[in-house]
Design a binder for this molecule. Structure first.
Ligand code: NAP
Length: 282
């Protein structure tokens, strides 16, 4: 990968620009519109939003105002937890595309699996939801479908369906790499996307990361995003700060050595969000 718009190829042949712009916690309105427009201006062609973020309308507005054609952008949204189920998923999808001002999505993800802590029939709920996602995909309304925050036991029944997930978006960053679910996903041709590639900012003051970043004359944010890419995982950095949005695109003029990759691999348990998909109660 040599530039922001180089792509990963999903198993169905769809191509996905290798770095996406994250929009979690960006308030709807001016802040989202300006941040997404700035990201597109800086070269991002892949935007990651979700119904739960409450900013789909503003993301749609930014896309319109950007002057870049819809078909030249890769747009992801996610189905929220209160909309799981067959009919509910179809209705939520329509609501999402309406808010985004588009008639299709490039990628639609189940935001969180139904879990055993909340539902006896959690697997059934996930399969019903997946059935609706599959039908929307087969109808051509979504170019690729996937999941988010799914662990191996959540994925096991979905990979046996007619259309298995193409993407699993999980928390992944230096200090928290979830190797087992990453290996399982990769072994099933499921692309892994990294949410919080800089640990939502929690990695920025880490002394070891600072030291390594300095060697390359890069910032910790750039090092962390590059670390994800070098592991063949798709990073989704977020920022509302124009200079940082720009900074986070300068990832292709350095390469982390094997030795430094190993040193980062060895940094366990830093920056973890604490959000375990098996334990969430929302
Ligand atoms: N599927 C899920 O459940 C899930 C969960 C979490 C996140 N996500 C996705 O993943 C995306 C990224 O995750 P994230 O938003 O948690 O965090 P992140 O990208 O790891 O970190 C964002 C934080 O780092 C700061 N930052 C960004 N670039 C910087 C730089 N170059 N220098 C200094 N600070 C910098 C940002 O500050 P400013 O914004 O103030 O500049 C913000 O506070 C989300 O936006 C969302 O799209 C998905």
């Amino acid at each position: 990968m040599n530039q922001l718009t180089d792509t990963f190829k999903l198993y169905n042949g769809a191509r996905i620009p290798g770095v996406g712009f994250g929009t979690w916690q960006i308030p709807s309105g001016e802040t989202t519109v300006n941040s997404v427009k700035k990201a597109i201006e800086a070269g991002y062609r892949h935007i990651d939003t979700a119904a739960d973020y409450g900013n789909e309308g503003s993301v749609g507005q930014a896309i319109k105002e950007s002057g870049v054609n819809r078909e030249d952008l890769f747009l992801t949204s996610k189905l929220w937890n209160t909309d799981r189920g067959y009919e509910e998923t179809k209705a939520a999808f329509e609501e999402t595309v309406k808010k985004l001002g588009t008639d299709y999505l490039d990628l639609y993800l189940i935001h969180f699996p139904a879990n055993a802590a909340q539902y006896d029939n959690w697997n059934e709920i996930n399969l019903e939801t997946w059935k609706a996602m599959t039908e929307l995909y087969q109808a051509g309304k979504i170019k690729a479908i996937g999941v988010s925050n799914f662990k191996i036991h959540h994925l096991e029944s979905l990979v046996q369906t007619e259309v298995k997930p193409m993407v699993n978006q999980i928390e992944y960053h230096a200090g928290f790499t979830q190797d087992e679910v990453v290996d399982y996903s990769k072994n099933h041709d499921i692309l892994v996307e990294a949410w919080s590639p800089i640990g939502s900012g929690r990695l920025l003051e880490n002394e070891s990361l600072k030291e390594i970043a300095q060697k390359y004359d890069k910032t910790v944010a750039q090092l962390c995003i590059r670390y994800v890419l070098q592991n063949d995982i798709l990073p989704l950095p977020k920022s509302v700060t124009p200079e940082r949005i720009e900074e986070n695109t300068h990832l292709f003029d350095f390469e982390i050595t094997d030795e430094d990759m190993k040193a980062i691999d060895a940094m366990e348990n830093i920056g973890y969000s604490g959000m375990d998909p098996d334990e969430i109660d929302f």
